[in-house]
Design a protein around this ligand. Structure first.
Ligand SMILES: *[C@@H]1O[C@H](CO)[C@@H](O)[C@H](O)[C@H]1NC(C)=O
Ligand SMILES: *[C@@H]1O[C@H](CO)[C@@H](O)[C@H](O)[C@H]1NC(C)=O
Ligand SMILES: *[C@@H]1O[C@H](CO)[C@@H](O)[C@H](O)[C@H]1NC(C)=O
Length: 441
């Protein structure tokens, strides 16, 4: 992958928030971080080397068999396919420092991938073993140094710490005790607030539990939505939201006192407008926007940056027809410019402002897409639905950023500003062309 193109693309997404000036000063820090991360991911190499020869042979035979039955998929926006799991991947999460992608599968492992090498041929990952169980859900802690998992058999939350050894490699250690079993129905989702103050778990009945980090239940919410199809913690860590059989999306604030002690869970606001049940929803990274996808055959974009305590309601920005079905998921790029919707094993990407359908991907996985999210910089969209993880370039996001810069260019007053914008637009466009022209295996 051409480094220049990569840098230009990263700058493009940052350009509108003034990252350009910082970029040069950042280089040194970046080099240090890269070296650190290379050391962390050196561990997998030693794991592979240490494998007994007999087992390797078995694995080779198995992988040959796998290849024969493997689902093939190609698309111009496909940046890479991450393959290491021997079972179906069930959940994905990016760390908030942007360095890692976690995935879990029904092969008793959680894998931690380095986001730096998404565009390389080889994709390094570290393996955390889930003893005698499968993790079905995984979420990073806010400091990116631990993750929580949901155990398929244990029916409970297990915390894993990511520990840096003296030689710089990362290793994983499960907390001595799992959280107690409390849910009475299959689990839908788990989350940790970015504030580090609580953990959430939600099941398909109408129950959401709020936990402290030690595994004590702080509160139990009955969503009263007949059944739940999705629930999540907002990226700002203030809110918990749920949707289900009823057409509304409900949002609560999890309130803490000045001393950090838990106070209460309070109703914050509802998103009302769909005419049928809501399959799922997503937030922008500052929690100021939400997108919802419903059985009524539309997705809706909402402005949720309101003072609900002063009786302000969130308001609807956009309603766009789309194909959806039971289990449809949605993702909103961090900057709110792109909406992604899944429908079975198909994927669609829309410009959030215009509602225009920009990209369609069919048969992305052999099974239905079961997780979908943008990376923290909005460069990639990733999804799972079989053993592989697909990583797509967020080309609609780049195009939207370029078009925003073109609007700024029209309004620009002084010559220096105009020239800078023209240069940035040119660089961004050629970087995008380069990335899209790069072949993927
Ligand atoms: C939710 O409840 C409705 C109505 O009772 C039912 O038709 C639907 O299948 C339920 N969905 C799930 C996922 O349980
Ligand atoms: C993995 O997913 C594929 C596609 O949905 C499915 O055919 C297969 O049965 C799944 N394997 C397991 C072990 O669940
Ligand atoms: C959200 O994402 C945008 C674009 O990537 C970034 O500039 C901004 O700093 C992020 N904000 C938060 C709160 O993470």
């Amino acid at each position: 992958m051409e480094v220049a193109a990569l840098v230009a693309l990263t700058l493009l997404l940052g350009a509108l928030v003034g990252l350009v000036a910082l970029a040069v000063g950042r280089r040194k820090e970046e080099i240090r971080e890269e070296a650190e991360q290379a050391a962390e991911f050196a561990a997998e190499a030693s794991v592979v080397k240490g494998t007994a020869p007999k087992k390797q042979k078995q694995e080779k035979q198995r992988s040959r068999k796998d290849k024969a039955t493997q689902h093939t998929f190609s698309h111009p926006l496909l940046a890479s396919s991450l393959k290491a799991h021997s079972g179906n991947v069930t959940c994905l999460d990016f760390s908030s420092n942007g360095k890692y992608l976690a995935s879990c599968a029904d092969d008793r492992t959680v894998r931690i991938w380095s986001t730096k090498d998404f565009l390389d041929r080889e994709h390094k990952c570290l393996r955390a073993n889930v003893d005698l169980d499968d993790a079905t859900l995984v979420r990073f802690s806010p400091d990116s140094r631990a993750f929580i998992t949901w155990l398929a058999n244990g029916d409970a939350i297990r915390i894993f710490k990511m520990i840096k050894k003296d030689d710089g490699t990362l290793t994983f250690k499960a907390a001595p005790e799992d959280f107690p079993q409390k849910h009475k129905a299959p689990i839908l989702n788990i989350g940790i607030a970015e504030t580090g103050k609580f953990i959430m778990s939600a099941s398909v009945d109408t129950s959401i539990l709020i936990w402290d980090l030690k595994g004590e239940v702080l509160a139990s919410i009955n969503t009263n939505q007949i059944n739940n199809s999705y629930a999540a913690v907002s990226p700002c860590g203030r809110f918990v939201a749920s949707c289900g059989f009823t057409p509304d999306v409900k949002v609560w604030e999890v309130c803490f006192g000045k001393g950090g002690e838990f106070k209460e869970v309070a109703r914050a606001f509802d998103l009302k407008g769909h005419s049928a049940g809501v399959h799922s929803f997503a937030f922008s990274n500052d929690s100021h926007r939400m997108v919802t996808v419903s059985k009524d055959g539309t997705w809706k974009l909402w402005n949720t940056n309101v003072e609900y305590k002063k009786q302000q309601d969130p308001y609807l920005l956009k309603t766009v027809p789309c194909v959806s079905s039971e289990g449809s998921l949605t993702a909103l790029s961090p900057d709110g410019r792109v909406v992604a919707i899944s429908d079975g094993c198909n994927l669609a990407m829309y410009n959030a402002a215009s509602g225009k359908l920009e990209e369609e991907m069919h048969g992305v996985h052999s099974g239905a897409i079961n997780d979908l999210r943008f990376d923290v910089n909005g460069r990639f969209l990733v999804c799972s639905g079989d053993k592989a993880i697909r990583v797509f370039h967020n080309a609609p996001g780049y195009r939207a950023a370029i078009s925003d810069m073109q609007d700024m260019l029209k309004k620009a007053q002084n010559e220096a500003m105009k020239q800078r914008l023209q240069q940035q637009i040119h660089d961004a466009q050629s970087a995008l062309d380069t990335v899209l022209a790069a072949p993927v295996d």
